[in-house]
Write a protein that binds this ligand. Structure first.
Ligand code: HEC
Ligand code: HEC
Length: 211
């Protein structure tokens, strides 16, 4: 009897040593993100602006559906520390723990984006298409596709998805980079500073139909 109790105690403390966060708020990094928890945060908190499936309800709110998870987490951390400033979004990011961020990001990354514009308009947007696919060689603007992908799907861990995004949001971000208001992406600072307002608008409209 005593030996059984001793054995049990040893096993229990072993479990605690191996899994110190067992039953607590387990960091997502140790176990992988929890999609159910992510969906709960999304529907209770984020859905009001970004939509329950990340297809945001108004043009000032970015679509998060299909956005690579690492990019979402990076932006949330940037909002929380103040490296990216927005009075509406800032307080929501500040309220999230690191595992909340990873869970909700994994949930939105798995959703499908509903493009903001019909693909049919893409070929007519000659300037937008040129900038996106080939860049503007004379101004030193690289092809957006080189980093953000030919269909605008982005590249996990490095580059955000742009395809299907509200053109108003994309143009606002490019302008914010251009003016140095948003400064959490050094690559985009240089690129946007070489672009005129009409070039920013053309490429933003083009990306809205990409998917
Ligand atoms: C009251 C509205 C509102 C709510 C609720 C809200 N957001 Fe936002 N969110 C915004 C706005 C506005 C922006 C755009 C900020 C800007 O223009 O820089 C934004 C931007 C973001 C971005 C940056 C996207 C990108 O493409 O760079 C992420 C990521 C994000 N929100 C995640 C979330 C998550 C996760 C939640 C829920 C925990 C949430 N938001 C709740 C309004 C909201
Ligand atoms: C060398 C790689 C690279 C190239 C080329 C590039 N980008 Fe980016 N872009 C980035 C990175 C990295 C970020 C994310 C910055 C951050 O972490 O906030 C980004 C972010 C953005 C965002 C903000 C997305 C969001 O959801 O808020 C927009 C809009 C954008 N890029 C548009 C463009 C356009 C238009 C072009 C072509 C003229 C372009 N990019 C070319 C690397 C690149």
């Amino acid at each position: 009897m005593t030996r059984a109790v001793a054995l049990f105690t040893t096993l229990a403390s072993l479990v605690l040593i191996i899994c110190p966060a067992w039953g607590e708020d387990t960091p997502a990094a140790a176990t992988g993100p929890d999609l159910a928890k992510g969906q709960a945060v999304a529907s209770q908190v984020c859905a009001a602006c970004h939509g329950p499936d990340g297809n945001a309800i108004a043009v000032i709110y970015p679509k998060l559906a299909g956005q690579p998870a690492q990019y979402i987490v990076k932006q949330l951390k940037n909002f929380k520390t103040g490296d990216r400033v927005n009075p509406i979004m800032g307080p929501y990011a500040a309220a999230l723990s690191e595992s909340d961020m990873e869970n909700v990001a994994a949930y939105f990354a798995k959703q499908s984006v509903k493009p903001a514009m019909a693909k049919i308009a893409l070929d007519k947007n000659v300037l937008g298409q040129k900038i996106y696919r080939a860049g503007l060689a004379d101004k030193g603007v690289p092809a957006c596709a080189a980093c953000h992908g030919p269909a605008g799907a982005g590249l996990p861990a490095q580059y955000p998805a742009l395809g299907g995004q509200w053109p108003e949001y994309s143009a606002a971000q490019l302008t914010a980079f251009h003016d140095g208001v948003r400064h959490n992406g050094p690559m985009m600072l240089t690129i946007s500073q070489r672009m005129s307002d009409s070039e920013i608008k053309a490429v933003s409209d083009y990306m809205a139909g990409l998917h």
